[in-house]
Ligand binder design. Structure first.
Ligand code: OXD
Ligand code: MN
Length: 554
């Protein structure tokens, strides 16, 4: 592999800090992946699963105190505090490095340091970007193989000798007391120590593609967003591309690969978590998925909620913190209506009913191309033209099923004022309402006020700004029952959006935006009463005023 001197020197410095006994440059080959898997099977980092029903699938059990992203230990380390803004944890670069150095110095002693050059985005795309991370975790290396494009493909995409985001990752002792996830946007640098889990450790994902990505996107005039990308095909074969921002564990993966319940309509999957969007020479917003894999939440993924996902994880998948059946199949809550007998739980103990069998944030890691609904053009270097953007959150009350913003700046306002009920994707309390502008509260790598300004500043550059929509699949009635069936029936909402984008789609103007007019949503074949539908779409000014009094509640 041809490596720039700058990259070589940086890797030498990382080795000087962490003190590994050997350094291995990863080439991203299948042979390398296979040998990492074999080594992990030998040392117990992975356990085999049933090779007949789940070929090439493995189980990893993480440390019980390392099961989700730890936002309280995640910092943006800019020279000026104001550049990180009020929504990020901040430390000065000097303080952050002093603190983390104590955990990183010698952290790889007698261990191997893997150097992983990775590409975020399709090969040959001007929108793609390179990272080089070092890690002492074989699980991270194997996961990066699935989630990104590793090896020469990355190195040859560098536009200059120093054109890469550098990332140091070390497991440390996995104690939250000695864990830090640090971002130094001014140095294009990430330091992560003390966690081997998900977004804390697979540095290409949240740390690079969102936190540093959003910083870079602002500098370079594009958008790095916590959004899925889909193509919605109508019965005439016309495809409309949409991107949707939703908080972690709130149905992005399910919507990204939704199987349509409307005859003739189908949804193509391009990405389930992150969209990088540029304005092209014609003023069209275009999106790529920087990732090459899915790191999806397992619980509640089932043939009913997401048949494409249950099919795609039947081979070549790494499962983390799921339960196991006596025949060696992975299992999680919701996969089957009843738990099978004899389950072993996510910590490797016989499962006790009343306790979680799989961890609520247990995951599958699998390549995008394994998804049955993957779009044939998902790796198009030009990206796909985006005609609509969706902001969705998890709200029991107040927020209607769907409505459309009046225009770009109103849509930006709706996204900026979004709030959601928290999930198990992060450590902390589940189910409490928190502000989550554009589902980016944990991921915006700079001052949120500048982020809103950046969004507003995109409009003049867009010849045809995408339509902006707000959705909430999670509204409940007075008895606590979901008002909308969700999942495959969400295509009915997507159909209305496509109609609106094309200048049709009946809508009623309300103070909060355009809500589907009665009869405008295609409810054919759906068992839902007009009263339920009215409630799902209700916009009640008294409720909104009360919510507004609670500081911008949307
Ligand atoms: C994720 C997350 O893993 O948002 O995608 O936490
Ligand atoms: Mn996410």
């Amino acid at each position: 592999m041809s490596v720039s001197r700058v990259a070589e020197q940086w890797v030498e410095a990382a080795a000087g800090l962490t003190g590994p006994s050997r350094t291995v440059w990863c080439d991203g080959s299948k042979a390398e992946y296979d040998s990492m898997i074999e080594a992990m099977l030998r040392d117990g980092t992975l356990s085999p699963l049933n090779a007949r029903t789940y070929p090439n699938c493995y189980l990893h059990r993480s440390h019980p105190q390392d099961v989700a992203r730890t936002e309280n230990l995640t910092f943006i380390c800019t020279r000026e505090r104001d550049d990180a803004g009020p929504t990020n944890n901040w430390m000065s670069p000097a303080d952050a490095k002093r603190k983390a150095e104590a955990f990183l110095r010698g952290a790889m002693r007698e261990r191997t340091m893997y150097v992983v050059p990775y590409l975020m985005g399709p090969a040959g795309s001007a929108m793609s970007r390179v990272g080089i991370m070092v890690t002492d975790s074989a699980y991270v290396v194997a996961s990066m193989h699935i989630m990104t494009r590793v090896g020469q493909v990355a190195l040859q995409a560098m536009r200059a000798d120093d054109d890469f985001i550098a990332g140091v990752h070390a497991l440390g002792d996995l104690s939250p007391d000695r864990r830090l996830i640090l971002h130094f946007p001014e140095e294009k640098l990430i330091w992560s120590v003390g966690s081997g889990y998900g977004g804390n450790a697979l540095l290409g994902k949240k740390c690079h593609a969102l936190r540093l990505g959003s910083w870079q996107a602002r500098q370079e005039g594009w958008l790095a967003e916590h959004m899925l990308i889909i193509g919605v095909e109508d019965p005439q074969g016309r495809i409309t591309y949409l991107a949707a921002a939703m908080p972690s564990a709130s149905g992005k993966t399910n919507l990204a690969m939704v199987e349509s319940r409307l005859p003739g309509w189908r949804v193509w999957t391009l990405g389930d978590d992150i969209a990088w969007m540029h304005v092209d020479a014609e003023g069209q917003l275009r999106a790529i998925n920087p990732e090459a894999g899915f790191f999806g939440v397992a619980p509640n993924t089932s043939p009913r909620t997401n048949p494409n996902a249950t099919q795609m994880v039947r081979s070549n998948t790494i499962f983390t913190n799921v339960a196991v059946t006596p025949s060696g199949d992975p299992w999680w809550e919701g996969l089957t209506p009843e738990p099978p007998a004899g389950l072993v739980d996510w910590q490797g103990h016989p499962w006790k009913p009343g306790t979680p069998a799989a961890h609520p944030n247990s995951r599958f890691t699998v390549a995008v191309h394994q998804c049955p609904s993957v779009a044939p053009n998902w790796e198009d270097p030009e990206g796909v033209p985006i005609s609509g953007l969706i902001f969705g959150s998890r709200r029991t009350q107040v927020i209607p099923l769907v409505f459309e913003a009046f225009d770009w700046s109103h849509g930006v306002f709706l996204g900026s004022a979004m709030s959601t009920e928290t999930t198990a994707a992060i450590t902390g309390k589940v189910g409490v309402v928190r502000r989550d502008p554009m589902a980016m509260i944990p991921f915006c790598g700079y001052n949120m006020a500048d982020y809103f300004a950046h969004w507003l500043g995109m409009q003049p550059r867009l010849a045809r700004p995408p339509r902006l929509f707000r959705v909430n699949w999670f509204r409940r009635d007075a008895h606590g029952k979901f008002l909308w069936p969700g999942y495959g029936d969400n295509v009915r909402v997507l159909k209305w959006m496509v109609e609106r984008i094309r200048g049709g789609g009946g809508a009623q103007e309300t103070p909060i935006g355009y809500v589907p007019a009665e009869g405008a949503l295609d409810l054919d074949g759906l068992d839902i009463t007009p009263a339920q539908m009215r409630e799902a779409l209700r916009c009640d000014s008294a409720e909104w005023l009360a919510a507004l009094a609670d500081l911008g509640e949307f």
